[in-house]
Design a protein. Structure first.
Lengths: 100, 506, 120
């Protein structure tokens, strides 16, 4: 049986990688992937804790978060596709019409 | 007991909105592709909002006045807490969301036609977002809160990017989406940690567990709460998590900006208040200090940045950040009192009242901005408003009322609302926050009055000739009346907010 | 057994996989004769000759289909959980899932009428 600390540690590392990815990656697709990583880190933590508390509900939460991630990905890619059609780039640094 | 008829009755405003939203999608899809006549769709959406409003009124008669105890709805099997709750506080906020959505529909009708954005989906998305807001206000479980936040946010990402060929709209949607998705990921992780610390995602259980938590779990609760507060601060655009807001607000279609800065803010605060009062129900975590700092930074940062803006939409965006700061003052007072004696009736009615007033005055200001547009053209620079006091006196008077109210000058709603918040802050010993609030309000007078001065003091030959839209004018009249009424006779609504807050306790 | 020691089998497996891979590729490298010609160096595409470069952009239509697939595919996750609890949930569960599927069907109808399923 894997101890809870390891699960939480792994999820924290994944969350950290995702956060750093959002902050330093400039490709929009890579940013989305980092956000997915953060969501899945949350999932992992949920599953770990749920096993400890033996609650039924918390396992179902993971399903909701998976669907949430899919919906977010769909909307995000739709926005990126719309933007790519107009502008021809997926680089976050080139999205800078408004400043101040 | 899985589900009873009463659950459906208590959530009927939400169900009505979802039903009408789905109906609107079907109606819109039946017309196929391409532009369409928006009037029937807008009419249907307004009818849906009115129906939901009627349901809210009926529910208020039952639960809002405190005669019947608040109802917990949709308690699932398997030992989890109730999903949502119907009480007076929720119903007050439901009214705010319906007001914001209704005014948005009114001002968007002319706008969408003028800007060649004849998408029927617009109104469906507004209804879905409003349903999400109502769920946010009534969520009694962190997971439900997360999902309802997403229902609202995803509809709004699309609304921001509605002008598909407009680069600014694209950029607005993209920035809002990235920050929104990022903050919900942070929220998910925070919820997971809080669940790990307390063994539950239900707010009442969390409040109970947090008061008697051991040291090791306390750390987990601390980190989890910090993540949740961070995510919510992104949503309400509090400094230093506000970087996305001006860009997202400036690029989005103007009615969407209005909806974002009123409805979304109200929903996020309704949810924030409920979650904060549960997480920080006891002294386990030094919450008031952190919230105090964020409130101070938000008031100062928002107001200072607004001073240098030349674009009205952007200025209103920064002003909305500043108002989030004032609202946080109320939250600090509420959390402080909650930790002292467990009561939830200080600060919370002020937040509700402030959001009603704020919705009216901000909606009004944006309605005026929309009113001054022409076909495929908007006038957003502050300079553009020079001299309109002479050419459009009635609109200029209305705009002045909204701006004075935003600055918090009597006899407008903004003054009464701010007065309530600062009074609560002083009552709970946060005089320093009230002082900062008053001082930053003085700064805000400068940039609001600059517009008023420009409207009346400078005459220009080349004026704007707007495209007349009766619906937008109606929205301006309604908001203007509301702002003045709340400023002169705040009593009845004040009482309503207080009754609502009294049923908040759990 | 200490917590870390529980991972020992996994470490052995990883090590074994690396050793086998390096050994086989190395063996091939040292023993196999090499006589390259252009045809041999082409990427293997099931015997069909490759046309153009692999680094070209996909049509936007692919993304729209992928988005729709993603949404409708992932939503079925709720159906699996419903199936597991079919009997205890009873009629209420059935009605709920029917409503859920109705909403999905509205979404599909919407996408259809808006031309998202057409291939330009």
């Amino acid at each position: 049986m894997i101890p809870l600390e390891h699960v939480i540690l792994l999820s924290a590392v994944l969350f950290g990688i995702g956060t750093v990815g959002v902050l330093i990656r400039r490709n929009l697709i890579a940013i989305f992937m980092s956000i997915e990583l953060m969501l899945n880190a949350g999932n992992l933590a949920f599953v770990g804790f749920a096993r400890q508390y033996a609650g039924d509900g918390a396992h179902a939460v993971v399903l909701f978060i998976v669907v949430l991630a899919a919906v977010e990905a769909a909307v995000g890619f739709a926005i990126v596709v719309a933007m790519f059609r107009n502008r021809g780039t997926v680089n976050a640094d080139e999205v800078n019409l408004m400043k101040g | 007991m899985p589900i009873s008829p009463q659950d459906f009755w208590c959530s009927s405003p939400i169900l009505i909105l979802c039903g009408f939203g789905t109906l609107l999608l079907i109606v819109d899809a039946r017309c196929g592709k391409g532009p369409r006549d928006l009037l029937p769709i807008a009419g249907l959406s307004l009818f849906g909002l009115l129906a939901a409003g009627a349901a809210v009124l009926l529910l208020w008669g039952e639960f809002g006045s405190g005669g019947v105890a608040p109802v917990e709805c949709f308690t699932p099997m398997g030992g989890m807490g109730a999903a949502i709750r119907c009480d007076g506080y929720v119903l007050v906020f439901d009214a705010v969301f319906l007001l914001a959505a209704g005014l948005t529909c009114l001002i968007s009708l002319g706008y969408l036609e003028r800007m060649d954005l004849r998408f029927g989906e617009f109104f469906a998305l507004i209804l879905f977002a409003t349903a999400g807001m109502m769920l946010m206000a009534s969520a009694m479980d962190l997971v439900v809160a997360l999902l309802s936040l997403e229902v609202m946010s995803i509809a709004l990402y699309i609304l921001c990017g509605l002008a598909r060929t407009d680069l600014r709209s694209n950029e607005s949607a993209l920035k809002y989406f990235i920050i929104g998705a990022f903050s919900s990921a942070v929220l998910v992780y925070g919820i997971a940690l809080v669940y790990g610390a307390t063994g539950s995602t239900a707010l009442p259980d969390i409040a109970r567990a947090a008061s008697r938590i051991d040291f090791a779990r306390g750390d987990l609760l601390l980190v989890g709460s910090a993540l949740i507060v961070t995510a919510l601060c992104f949503k309400i655009a509090a400094v230093p998590f506000h970087g996305w807001a001006p860009d997202a607000y400036e690029g989005a279609p103007t009615p969407v900006t209005a909806f974002m800065s009123t409805g979304v803010k109200a929903a996020a605060f309704a949810m924030f208040a409920r979650i904060a009062l549960s997480l920080f129900a006891s002294y386990t975590i030094p919450a008031t200090e952190v919230l105090w700092l964020i409130a101070m930074l938000t008031m100062i940062g928002g107001n200072l940045a607004a001073v240098v803006q030349t674009n009205v939409k952007r200025m209103l965006a920064y002003s909305s950040i500043a108002h989030a700061g004032y609202l946080l003052v109320g939250l600090v007072a509420a959390v402080d009192r909650r930790q002292t004696d467990g009561s939830v009736t200080v600060g919370t009615p002020d937040i509700a009242f402030y959001l009603i007033a704020y919705t009216l005055m901000t909606m009004g200001a944006f309605a005026v901005v929309v009113w001054f547009g022409r076909r495929r053209r908007e006038y957003l620079l502050i300079e553009d408003f020079a001299g309109i006091g002479f050419r459009h006196p009635f609109i200029a008077i209305a705009f002045s009322i909204f701006l004075l109210s935003l600055a918090g000058i009597p006899p407008t709603a903004g003054f009464m609302a701010k007065f309530g918040l600062f009074r609560s802050a002083v009552a709970t010993g946060h005089t320093d926050l009230a002082v900062i609030g008053v001082l930053t309000s003085v700064i805000s007078v400068y940039y609001y009055l600059r517009l008023v001065v420009l409207m009346y003091m400078r005459e220009t030959e080349t004026g704007i000739t707007p495209t007349y839209s009766p619906a937008t004018t109606l929205a301006i009249v309604v908001s203007g009346y509301g702002v003045l009424h709340l400023g002169l006779f705040p009593g009845s609504l004040w009482r309503l907010a207080e009754i609502g807050a009294q049923t908040l306790a759990w | 057994m200490s917590p870390l020691a529980q991972y020992f089998p996994i470490a052995v497996l990883v090590l074994f996989a690396i050793v086998v891979a390096v050994f086989l590729i190395g063996l091939d490298h040292f023993l196999g004769p090499r006589q390259p010609n252009p045809t041999k160096l082409e990427p293997y595409e099931c015997g069909i000759l490759g046309v153009g470069t692999a680094r070209q952009r996909f049509k936007v239509g692919f993304y729209i289909v992928a988005l729709l697939f993603l949404l409708f595919d992932v939503e079925t996750v709720f159906l699996y959980t419903w199936v597991v609890l079919f009997m205890p949930l009873g009629l209420i569960g059935f009605v709920e899932v029917a409503l859920f599927l109705f909403v999905l069907a509205v979404g599909l109808y919407y996408a259809w009428r808006k031309g998202a399923l057409e291939w330009e």
